[in-house]
Design a protein around this ligand. Structure first.
Ligand SMILES: Nc1nc2c(ncn2[C@@H]2O[C@H](COP(=O)(O)OP(=O)(O)OP(=O)(O)O)[C@@H](O)[C@H]2O)c(=O)[nH]1
Ligand SMILES: [Mg+2]
Length: 393
């Protein structure tokens, strides 16, 4: 088996902890942070939960240092979730600075050859999972991280609360939707194994019969609606059981792409296995996800250029700049010098004007759409938007 250092080499891996409220993300972060310290590979730690009171670990970047969540709620007249979302939006405006910092910290420092560069970046997220996973700023933060480092999602699950087939299935579907949304490699972390062993979950994920048996048992105990259809060869009139059966078949494909580990953030059990999984997923990221991310980024860039050309064409057509001189000149504000130049040599000037105007529009469109690559461009325009809306805050 490999160690975190051996598998990750010099390229740092970003581990983003997401999970339902109270699943143990922060405690897990504390545990993996202290584990890495004992391995003498201290991580770079980022807290993105603006509403947390006490962070039980030293964080290098804390959203609470730059955004005051309570003030945001007051100033914008928001509820708790809106407050978290807005705080995250405001924080996303600083993503460039954060990436710069991260890049600096993860590069070997020639002035200090004895200092090891950072090998792991750990990110804690707000308890309201949807605020992070489904928001524009969450996507920007994740995209930016993933465009710079191999990035792995650690989906933390409250194991003792996932022992019934229905809560288990809900949790799996949620994890599946996050995988679909983030398109990043994912590790399912069954936490709190000191209270409830995670073997049942591993079995349900690998053995369809075992899940069916559990369903049947719950049905018999009266904790579930009846079973219908032939899925389990059982009778009954309810549709829930048959729905769960079909979903578990559908999820088989999803399960095959996941790493699963059982951990206890309390006792530290399973943390070594977690980092082995991180190593595997980081390799997978570089092999499978990165080329896809690069391809998409290039495609976006190409689309943007094509779109710009199209818009430019439309604009020129609308303004009829390449049509008759009389209709062409009307909507364009020109000064007297330009006018007299045009009078000197009408034909030449018409051509020059067309070109000059085209290049001016091109430039204007460039300025509005930006020159930056891929999602970085979105970050900048988003940052400008946030900054503008932040004025006076
Ligand atoms: N027994 C046990 N309790 C745990 C474990 N991990 C976390 N807890 C407890 O679960 C509760 C929630 O833990 P947090 O780490 O605050 O969970 P969180 O996901 O960060 O919560 P939010 O940020 O509010 O969503 C706390 O009372 C922890 O002590 C574990 O491995 N075993
Ligand atoms: Mg937390």
């Amino acid at each position: 088996m490999t160690t975190p250092e051996a598998t990750q080499g010099t390229q740092p891996v970003a581990v983003v902890c997401v999970g339902m409220a109270g699943s143990g993300k922060t405690t897990f972060m504390q545990r993996i942070n202290s584990y890495l310290h004992t391995q003498r590979t201290p991580p770079y730690v980022i807290n993105l939960d603006p509403a947390v009171r006490n962070v039980p670990f030293d964080s290098n970047i804390d959203i609470r240092d730059s955004v005051n969540y309570k003030e945001v709620m007051k100033s914008y007249n928001l509820g708790p979730n809106g407050g978290i979302l807005t705080s995250l939006n405001l924080f996303a405006t600083k993503i460039d600075q954060i990436l710069n910092l991260l890049e600096k910290r993860t590069m070997p420092d020639p002035a200090k050859p004895e200092a090891k560069p950072i090998q792991n970046i750990l990110v804690d997220t707000p308890g309201q999972i949807e605020v992070f996973v489904w928001s524009a700023s969450g996507a920007i933060l994740l995209d930016s991280l993933a465009s710079t480092f191999p990035t792995v999602i650690a989906y933390i699950i409250d194991t003792p609360r996932t022992t019934s087939t229905s809560t288990f299935m809900s949790n799996m579907l949620y994890a599946c939707s996050i995988l679909y949304k983030t398109k990043l490699p994912m590790i399912l972390v069954f936490n709190k194994t000191d209270v409830q062993d995670a073997e049942f979950a591993k079995e349900w994920m690998t053995d369809f019969q075992a899940f069916q048996a559990a369903l049947e048992k719950e049905q018999e105990a009266g904790s579930f609606g009846g079973m219908e259809g032939s899925a389990g060869g059982m009778g009954g009139s309810g549709y829930m059981g048959s729905l769960l059966n079909s979903m578990s078949l559908m999820l088989e494909e999803f399960y095959s792409h996941l790493s699963v580990v059982g951990v206890s953030s309390m006792t530290g059990a399973g943390i070594k296995e977690f980092f082995e999984a991180v190593g595997e997923k980081a390799e997978e990221f570089n092999k499978e996800y990165k080329p896809e991310l690069d391809r998409k980024r290039k495609q976006r860039e190409a689309d943007k250029i094509a779109n710009r050309e199209k818009e430019l064409g439309k604009l020129m057509k609308d303004m009829a700049v390449s049509g008759e001189p009389s209709t062409r000149k009307a909507p364009v504000a020109v000064d007297n010098d330009t006018l007299s130049d045009m009078e000197d040599d009408a034909d030449d000037a018409a051509e020059d004007d067309d070109e000059g105007l085209t290049s001016r529009y091109k430039q204007a469109l460039d300025e509005t759409t930006g020159h930056e690559e891929g999602s970085a461009q979105d970050d900048h325009s988003f940052a400008r938007y946030i900054k503008a809306s932040q004025m006076g805050f």
